[in-house]
Design a protein. Structure first.
Lengths: 188, 368
């Protein structure tokens, strides 16, 4: 069962954060996952959460160079969601009437492990960025996230010249690095 | 200040913004000074993390945008009733293409039938055929869902309430006290059903989330108390390797299962429970676990998701402690009397089950 060329194109679009491709995958799979979660003691919000997490996992997988999806997107997404949901239910210690396992699934444990590691890193970076305070946070976001150039940043933040803004950026970066690595090493 | 200069140099080096001369100088410096070398590696890794972070937040952003867009377009639903009939139409829409390829109604029917056959014989040859089988299953599921609603109407569950979860429970006092798992009782109330399908209203009188045990009291006037309970509840610990059996409601009919006690502690060394080897299914939660003499040794509660047959049961002595707690909390419950005489010792299994099954109930929890 190899994903056809249409699916390959969709995945390529996903890897490039192309909203058209993402919309197609979303539309084709969301309802299935929502039904599954709702039928298994979940809420609409939980369905959305789980589905989006699965999409991010698929996105991460699609970005790796060695990437091959050996099954249909639908099967993969369903498998990830199922696994994630089972895990969440287990964390809650529930063992009532739930989780029908009639659909086809593929093994996704390894992918999920990678995904969870990435997720943890994301959370650490997010926390570090948010505890920086202003204007450090916006300055770094401007430079590294929005990829603005130093002159534009200087005028936006009101620095007299790009060099001063750059200096400030590095000071902020040093602080961010410190925050990040203090958490990151513990996380390891 | 030096740190900042160095950081600037490292970043320019990593971004390839240095000219050849500068780069040679910097590389020589890197070779000579391990600290700087380490900083370069560290910074490179950090920048990589930043890139991942950026990508991650961007995709999250896109996903949220797409979600809101699709909702406003009506392609996906959130909130309100589950559009059951809409689902079927959606499945139809999704496979309209397949229909077009088949180009004739006969073709579709043939596909449908082979899909059905494939589903039941569970031999997978063609992925497409199998998918049709799966969708059938989904349709069937939504039909079951509707069926469930129809049944609810004539049951004793309040009209506007929705069934939330189901499990098992068993009597510990003929006055109508039933022990089950705390996690079975989601929502606001519960009814219990005996093995003949008769429903009784009940109220939740005690919940201990930590021990995962709860006590229900049947409050229904239709309930006729039996003369005595045939089993006793064990006060001390059971032995490793003891043969055990359970009766519960993973489906509407009572189901028997048998196994053995495999460890004296539960999941991750939890000393409140046992590990037992028994095949349990959702709905078995709250079912009594008996030893071969028909003594209750535990309350079946959870299973390990990834392992086959690894199930956990809350130790029966916890039942005594929650009953004590209940008695202490409210004098109205002082009169609970746990069964003291077993009539099951040395009796063959089928007649043990015969005697016990009337005392095991299907617990249905409901909420708004």
């Amino acid at each position: 069962m190899k994903g056809d060329s249409n699916e390959q194109a969709l995945l390529k679009g996903l890897a490039n954060n192309d909203s058209k491709a993402i919309e197609t995958i979303y539309k084709d799979n969301f309802n299935m996952v929502q039904t599954f979660i709702l039928n298994n003691n979940g809420s609409y919000d939980e369905a959305r959460d789980i589905f989006q997490e699965a999409m991010i996992a698929l996105y991460e997988k699609a970005q790796t160079e060695s990437f091959v999806l050996t099954c249909q997107i639908k099967t993969y997404v369903y498998s990830i969601c199922r696994r994630l949901w089972l895990k969440r239910l287990q964390q809650l210690g529930r063992f009532t009437q739930q989780v029908d396992s009639l659909e086809e699934t593929v093994a996704v444990e390894e992918d999920l492990e990678t995904h969870e590691k990435r997720n943890a890193e994301f959370v650490i970076m997010d926390r570090a960025l948010n505890s920086l305070g202003e204007p450090c946070k916006s300055l770094l976001e401007g430079y590294y996230l929005k990829k603005m150039d130093m002159n534009a940043l200087a005028s936006e933040f009101g620095y007299t010249n790009a060099d001063n803004a750059k200096n400030q950026k590095y000071k902020c970066l040093l602080r961010l690095k410190k925050l990040f690595f203090s958490q990151y090493n513990i996380g390891e | 200040m030096d740190d900042i200069l160095l950081l600037d140099a490292i970043e320019r080096y990593l971004n390839g913004e240095m000219n050849a001369e500068e780069r040679d100088y910097f590389e020589a410096l890197r070779k000579k000074t391990p600290e700087i070398d380490q900083m370069v590696v560290e910074h490179n890794m950090f920048l990589h993390q930043m890139d991942l972070y950026v990508a991650h937040s961007n995709i999250k952003h896109t996903l949220n945008d797409v979600h809101t867009q699709l909702i406003s377009k009506g392609d996906i639903y959130e909130g309100g009733e589950i559009p059951t009939r809409g689902k079927i139409i959606q499945f139809w829409n999704k496979y309209k293409r397949v229909t077009a390829i088949a180009a004739s109604v006969g073709g579709v029917i043939a596909l449908f039938i082979s899909g059905l056959a494939l589903y039941f014989s569970s031999i997978v040859t063609d992925p497409k055929l199998q998918q049709l089988g799966k969708d059938l299953e989904a349709v069937k599921k939504s039909q079951q869902y509707q069926g469930a609603i129809i049944n609810e109407v004539k049951s004793k569950i309040p009209l506007n309430a929705r069934l939330l979860s189901g499990g098992s429970g068993f009597l510990i006092d003929t006055k109508g006290y039933i022990v089950t798992n705390a996690h079975v009782l989601r929502g606001t109330g519960a009814i219990v059903v005996n093995n003949k399908g008769e429903e009784f209203k009940s109220s939740i009188v005690f919940i201990d989330q930590l021990k995962d045990l709860a006590i229900l009291k049947i409050t229904d006037s239709d309930y006729i108390a039996a003369k005595s309970i045939p089993y006793t509840i064990q006060k001390n610990n059971a032995d490793l390797g003891e043969e055990i059996f359970t009766l519960g409601y993973p489906r509407n009919d009572i189901v028997y299962g048998m196994g053995y006690l495999s460890a004296k502690t539960g999941f991750n060394g939890d000393s409140l429970s046992y590990q037992i080897q028994i095949s349990a299914n959702p709905g078995n939660s709250g079912a009594p676990v008996f030893n071969k003499d028909g003594e209750v040794i535990g309350v079946l509660s959870t299973r390990q998701a990834q392992a086959e047959g690894v199930t956990f049961a809350v130790k029966s002595k916890n039942i005594y402690s929650i009953v004590e707690d209940l008695k202490n909390s409210d004098s109205a419950y002082r009169k609970i009397k746990m069964p003291t005489k077993s009539t099951l010792k040395g009796v063959v299994r089928t007649s043990q089950i015969n005697k016990v099954e009337d005392f095991v109930y299907y617990v249905k929890a409901y909420g708004k």
